[in-house]
Write a protein that binds this ligand. Structure first.
Ligand SMILES: Nc1ncnc2c1ncn2[C@@H]1O[C@H](COP(=O)(O)OP(=O)(O)OP(=O)(O)O)[C@@H](O)[C@H]1O
Length: 301
């Protein structure tokens, strides 16, 4: 006899629960990329198909890395998300807005491999620049720059000139500047690519902490498998050109710092395992292997 017991009603997740009687509130993704192609014309005729049929959804507060062989379109995809490039086909929405609207609403913070600091402005002056451009009053700018310098561990360097800082310190200033307007989405293109290995690992730990403290959604372009695994909730593996996302690999490292309030077994920044401990976990090596195999399966790197 067939059971007539109704299936259990699934518990509503906090994001799906609306007020009594109201339809459930659906969480708006931080980023939605649908069917994006990017084609560049080539001088003398012809074209380069940089991206083909890209679909990607990033949840609020999530950290996603883009990894793939050189020239596969990682930076192009980041630029499309950041409205620095209009896709040939397809659609991008950022926190429910069309990408151009999101840019005008100052949703983005962007940092690239070169820190790109203005040599004639002090460290604090560089961080204040986007605020100044948008008319924020001097006192408020000073206060925000002070907070950000604290956040990136450069509280004593406000009055220094960029040329007086190491590469790693300059990159921290660039990240502080990208965070100045409290963006909901941080786009990072190889921000640690020019740094030596030790500095790079330290910066990765800093970025994990900054993300944990600010709750910012992050998309990172990187060539480094361990970097992607250390930082990301998911790693998007891309094929050689034309770039497609061939696999999305979830990374779950016990106790690692995650978004605010979701730090796994780690109750606070102080009690979280050290970055070195995270990098020595079996789960870390397993995720590195999974990404490496996905890259190999996608074609030559
Ligand atoms: N503005 C442009 N005009 C023409 N072609 C471009 C342009 N930007 C990128 N491309 C081409 O698109 C392809 C993807 O470039 P992109 O820089 O996105 O790759 P990538 O994966 O970030 O590379 P890398 O890892 O080497 O930095 C490359 O073939 C590149 O030459």
């Amino acid at each position: 006899m067939t059971s007539t017991t109704p299936p259990p009603v699934p518990a509503l997740s906090p994001t799906a629960a609306g007020p009594a009687g109201a339809p459930p509130a659906v969480e708006v993704p931080a980023v939605e990329v649908r069917g994006v192609d990017q084609v560049f014309p080539v001088a003398g005729g012809g074209q380069t198909v940089a991206l083909s049929g890209i679909d990607l959804t990033v949840a609020p507060g999530e950290f996603v890395s883009l990894i793939g062989p050189s020239g596969c379109g990682k930076s192009t995809l980041l630029r499309v998300v950041g409205d620095l490039l209009t896709p040939t086909r397809g659609e991008v929405r950022v926190f429910g807005q069309e990408a151009g609207e999101a840019r005008r609403a100052q949703t983005y913070g962007i940092a690239f491999q070169q820190a790109g600091l203005l040599e004639w402005r002090t460290v604090a002056g560089n961080i204040e620049l986007p605020l100044q451009v948008h008319g924020v009053k001097k006192k408020e700018r000073r206060e925000r720059a002070r907070e950000l310098l604290e956040l990136v561990g450069l509280a004593d360097f406000a009055g220094h000139w960029p040329a007086q800082l190491s590469g790693g310190m300059q990159q921290r200033v660039a990240i502080a500047r990208a965070l100045a307007e409290r963006p909901r989405l941080l786009l990072l293109d190889e921000p640690f690519g020019a740094l030596d290995e030790m500095t790079r690992e330290r910066m990765q730990a800093e970025l994990a902490r900054i993300r944990h403290e600010t709750g910012t959604t992050v998309i990172l372009v990187t060539h480094s498998i361990p970097e992607a695994v250390f930082l990301s909730d998911r790693v998007a593996v891309m094929s050689p050109r034309p770039g497609r996302i061939t696999q999305l690999i979830e990374v779950d490292l016990p106790g690692r710092l995650g978004p605010p309030g979701e730090s796994g077994d780690a109750p606070s920044t102080d009690d979280a395992p050290s970055a070195d401990d995270v990098r020595e976990q079996a789960a870390f090596f397993a995720a590195v292997t999974a990404v490496r195999e996905a890259l190999r399966a996608g074609g030559p790197t």
